[in-house]
Design a protein around this ligand. Structure first.
Ligand SMILES: Cc1cc2nc3c(=O)[nH]c(=O)nc-3n(C[C@H](O)[C@H](O)[C@H](O)COP(=O)(O)OP(=O)(O)OC[C@H]3O[C@@H](n4cnc5c(N)ncnc54)[C@H](O)[C@@H]3O)c2cc1C
Length: 432
């Protein structure tokens, strides 16, 4: 064992280690009583990322710093709190420690909140050639790819070349796919003709490919129909109930035999859990960590999993909970309440999810909402979407800057962040 020595011993307190500072891990770190527990938060990034707005960074609407927040800043005033930027590699439950790339960390309680990563379902051609959207850095890469296309279009050698450059294929008809396709359609209409007057944007195609029978399959049929209508009105070509078979650049092959020539394939079609290895086989279920109603991982009293990586099966949730932010936040709050109250699990309250509803935006003045019995769309849903995202974002500066960016782009039909900034290769940056 190679323990990290510069984290002080917890003394009379118990040490609670949280792996992952996303929605679930960060909320738990905030809510846990730091007079009772010494908290060690580890994350491979030194900042929190607000994933629902990745597509806005990718489509030039927001700066990456507006949707990210440094972990250290969040906890500047907290005592008994320690952050280490590192990657957890293995849990050793017998000896109660976590192996990381910077050393080992002992725990009394371990919380695994590592979320998910992009799932290519074993298809290597898709992994190598498409652009995912699961981190701020990937959002920036996608933004660069989008901007580069319009520059490349100006030096297209012929019509086929131009078609390939100006075809955008978004794979995945969940909220992210719908939002990204809608944002591209808005750019095509209002911004691009002004920036690139020499380019004929009637040749720009936006395809949305979705393997499920309807868009936004986690929402109501009303929302699906509303999203499909709004996207079609914006010129998006929807390939419904069809999957992508392969992508050998520049040809995307769909399951119905259609081929689309495109240099821009954006993969937002699935996620897989980032569960840490080392626990007993019975703790994992399809890669996720099986938990009971107290979020204890199957087989362990002192190891918990919350958020996207956890799987809580019950009669009311035979397939588990949706992998969304509200589930992650509510699991974190319940667990913090239980641990703050007592170490006696018999006195804990079981987790029970309260579904507050879903919203998805399609573009300017267009969104769909399922809020309890209320299902509606249009500009009111869009304003509601804006409001809810502003209040949910972490950090006052971020709230203000997002508000200003959105008001500016609403009034000017413009997004201001069309900068193609690429890093010069440098050995100090390791791959994420
Ligand atoms: C593009 C996109 C759009 C989305 N839109 C919505 C939406 O509109 N509404 C909604 O409710 N949900 C949305 N979601 C889903 C939502 O973001 C997730 O449900 C939520 O982030 C889950 O929270 P979590 O804490 O479980 O995981 P995450 O928020 O993913 O956090 C996991 C954290 O763990 C860290 N980590 C992972 N592995 C390790 C390791 N080995 N060592 C150290 N650190 C590690 C990561 O760096 C990350 O900080 C969206 C997701 C994406 C990708």
């Amino acid at each position: 064992m190679n323990y990290i020595t510069n984290i002080p011993e917890p003394g009379d307190m118990k040490r609670l280690v949280i792996i992952g500072g996303g929605f679930a891990g960060l909320e738990l770190a905030k809510k846990i009583n730091k007079k009772q527990f010494q908290v060690v938060l580890i994350d491979k990034n030194n900042y929190y990322q607000f994933q629902p707005l990745f597509y806005q960074v990718a489509s030039c609407g927001l700066e990456p710093s507006s949707i990210s927040y440094p972990h250290r800043k969040n906890f500047q005033k907290s005592k008994n709190f320690h952050f280490r930027m590192c990657e957890a590699q293995l849990v050793v439950p017998e000896d109660k420690y976590v192996k990381t790339n910077i050393g080992d960390i002992k725990y009394d309680y371990l919380i695994i909140a590592t979320g998910c990563d992009t799932n290519y379902f074993g298809n290597d051609s898709l992994k190598e050639n498409t652009f995912p959207l699961k981190s701020v850095s990937e959002s920036l890469l996608l933004r660069n790819r989008i901007l580069l296309s319009f520059e490349e279009a100006l030096s297209a050698r012929n019509e086929d070349d131009l078609k390939e450059i100006l075809s955008f294929v978004v794979v995945g008809g969940g909220a992210t796919g719908v939002e990204l396709a809608g944002a591209l359609a808005d750019m095509k209409k209002s911004i691009l003709p002004k920036d690139y007057p020499e380019t004929d944007f009637s040749k720009m195609d936006i395809h949305l490919v979705d393997a499920s029978p309807r868009l936004l399959s986690g929402m109501s049929e009303n929302a699906s129909a509303g999203a499909a209508k709004a996207l079609t009105k914006r010129g998006v070509i929807i390939h419904q109930d069809i999957s992508v078979k392969s992508y050998e650049k520049p040809s995307v092959e769909l399951s119905d035999g259609t081929r689309i020539s495109s240099r821009n394939v954006f993969w937002v079609a699935g996620v897989k859990p980032n569960s840490i290895k080392g626990l007993s086989d019975t703790s994992y279920n399809r890669g996720r960590l099986s938990v009971n109603e107290y979020n204890q991982v199957n087989g362990y009293d002192n190891i918990f999993a919350i958020g996207d990586t956890s799987l809580l099966l019950s009669d009311s949730t035979p397939k588990g909970h949706p992998q969304v932010a509200q589930v992650a936040l509510q699991m974190a709050r319940q667990l913090a309440k239980n641990l703050n109250k007592t170490s006696d699990a018999n006195k804990w309250t079981k987790f029970s999810y309260v579904d507050k509803g879903s919203l998805a935006t399609i573009g300017r003045n267009a969104a769909v909402a399922d809020l309890g019995k209320f299902r509606f769309g249009g500009w009111f849903a869009w304003w509601l979407w804006l409001f809810i995202h502003i209040i949910s974002i972490v950090g006052m500066r971020n709230k203000v800057s997002i508000f200003i960016d959105w008001v500016w782009s609403y009034l000017n039909y413009d997004v201001s962040l069309r900068l193609f900034i690429r890093p010069k290769f440098n050995k100090m940056y390791k791959e994420e």
